[in-house]
Design a protein around this ligand. Structure first.
Ligand SMILES: [Zn+2]
Ligand SMILES: [Zn+2]
Length: 147
């Protein structure tokens, strides 16, 4: 979705577009999308400026790096862009939307700060239930200390 500044009508223009996240190259191994990326731009011609109100909506699934559970995160942003009429002849709104979505990616993909992750031995999700492996470890450590 691109706009050419000198083609914007005096009355302004509204643009809408929906793209698959794969097409926008947004997917990562730890970030998947369960909804397409919706963009809506309201473009207003002001005296010597172009004002764009860009809405971006999508839904992503963040894969926890410890327990591998997928957690949904809604992206619903509104970005205000102001450009002078002389600046960049073409504004690539898809690229701006893409960068805004990437800004919402978590620095560390965790379902919660104290996620206990998967047991390295049996693979059980320790947020859901304890497994016997950890109890055995504790038991062994106890013996070591006594000896
Ligand atoms: Zn987790
Ligand atoms: Zn285990």
């Amino acid at each position: 979705m691109k706009i050419t500044i000198n083609e914007i009508p005096v009355s302004g223009i509204v643009l809408e577009e929906t793209n698959q996240a794969q097409i926008l190259d947004l997917e990562r191994t730890d970030i998947k999308f369960c909804a397409p990326v919706y963009m809506k731009a309201c473009v207003i011609r002001d005296q010597d400026k172009i004002q764009i109100e860009l809405k971006v909506k999508t839904e992503m699934l963040i894969v926890c790096s410890r327990c591998l559970e997928e957690n949904k995160a809604v992206v619903d942003k509104e970005i205000n862009i102001i450009r002078s009429k002389e600046s960049d002849a073409v504004i690539d709104l898809t690229q701006i939307a893409r960068e805004e979505i990437i800004l919402d990616y978590p620095a560390r993909a965790l379902c919660r700060a104290d996620c206990r992750g998967l047991c390295p031995k049996c693979g059980r999700n320790l947020n859901v239930a304890n497994c016997d492996c950890s109890q055995q470890d504790t038991f062994k450590r106890g013996i070591d200390i006594e000896l």
